[in-house]
Design a protein around this ligand. Structure first.
Ligand code: AVJ
Length: 318
């Protein structure tokens, strides 16, 4: 059962916030932009394609863990919780969780309204008796949950190592924000990627088919389309590098030559080799992961580790 988008929820931050983040980010040195702006319609489709790449292990590994261990998750959470997923439900992960924990409602929260509506409709069709209540919002800010689910105990679901996009300070803020959005007695099931072989990490973010490159470059096309930009997209190259000190993969867009362009009539220029830092994807060791959760106000209850220490799934309580 698909309920209407929650009208009380904060409106999507779309144009003004996109413009502000991009102009600000391009005005800094080095240039950097927040990864949330990857996910327009095309970007969301490209990300789905990334999750099916042979090199991109996180989705496959986490999905296998969920399918193997969701019964154990359900045994700890008990039935009757509203599952609040941060990010539009992934068609392949969410059903495993929903079928195992007997939830009272399912609330996907995502900034991309179109994508959210579509994925919600697919899930609602799969679970005809489950109230599905999509909320179009930026979950990095406090989310006002629909009134109907306020009284239910919550299970936050934050798969995919999306937390890896944040610096430690941002991640702690977000975890605390989630804790207050989800309320008393909440639990959180979170996926966190592990530090591993650098070759495996780099190829996951620089695949042979060039899908991640297209995903990264789509940001420039989106700026041109939505903000009247004149960026010569073909003058940029996708780069994925491992920053060992910060334990993260960084994605950049590197100017192949000197370039001049405008965004909303504001002039920018970049030298050959200069980059726009478009994403961080932090990886965690076992203690890092628990420390981060505790700093964010969540006490780990159980954790499941994929073979070869590829990925971790942690269930924590507020
Ligand atoms: C959606 C943030 C989990 O960091 O692995 C995938 C995004 N970027 N390939 C990740 C992403 C390039 C992804 N997250």
């Amino acid at each position: 059962m698909l309920l209407e988008l929650d009208r009380d929820a904060p409106q999507p931050t779309a144009d003004p916030a996109f413009r502000r983040d991009i102009i600000e980010g391009f005005s800094r040195f080095p240039k950097s932009t927040p990864p949330i702006w990857f996910y327009d319609r095309r970007g969301s489709e490209l990300f789905e394609e990334i999750t099916r790449l042979p090199e991109y292990y996180p989705t496959r590994v986490e999905t296998a863990m969920l399918s193997a261990h969701c019964g154990e998750v359900g045994a700890v959470t008990g039935p009757g919780r509203a599952v609040v997923e941060f990010g539009a439900g992934s068609a392949i992960k969410t059903p495993h969780l929903l079928s195992a924990i007997a939830p009272a409602a399912y609330v996907p929260v995502d900034i991309s309204g179109d994508f959210l509506r579509e994925s919600s409709a697919v899930l609602a069709a799969q679970f005809p008796d489950l109230p599905v209540v999509p909320v179009e919002a930026d979950f990095t800010k406090a989310v006002a949950l629909p009134k109907g689910i306020a009284a239910m105990p919550k299970l936050g679901f934050f798969p995919g190592s999306t937390i890896g996009n944040m610096t430690a300070a941002e991640a702690v803020d977000l975890l605390r924000t989630m804790r207050s959005s989800l309320g008393e007695g909440a639990m959180l099931l979170i996926g966190m990627d592990r530090v591993k072989d650098i070759g495996v990490l780099v190829s996951a973010y620089d695949d042979a088919a060039g899908v991640t490159a297209a995903f990264n470059l789509n940001l420039l096309a989106r700026i041109n389309r939505e903000l009247g930009g004149t960026i010569p997209v073909e003058a940029f190259a996708h780069r994925a590098i491992w920053n060992d000190d910060a334990a993260r993969i960084e994605m950049h867009l590197e100017a192949r030559r000197d370039v001049d362009f405008t965004i909303d009539n504001i002039r920018f220029s970049m030298c050959a080799g200069e980059t726009i830092h478009t994403e961080n994807s932090h990886k965690y060791g076992p203690r890092d992961a628990r420390l981060l959760l505790r700093a964010g106000g969540w006490e780990p209850l159980r954790e499941w580790i994929a073979p070869d220490d590829m990925f971790a799934m942690i269930l924590a309580k507020a």
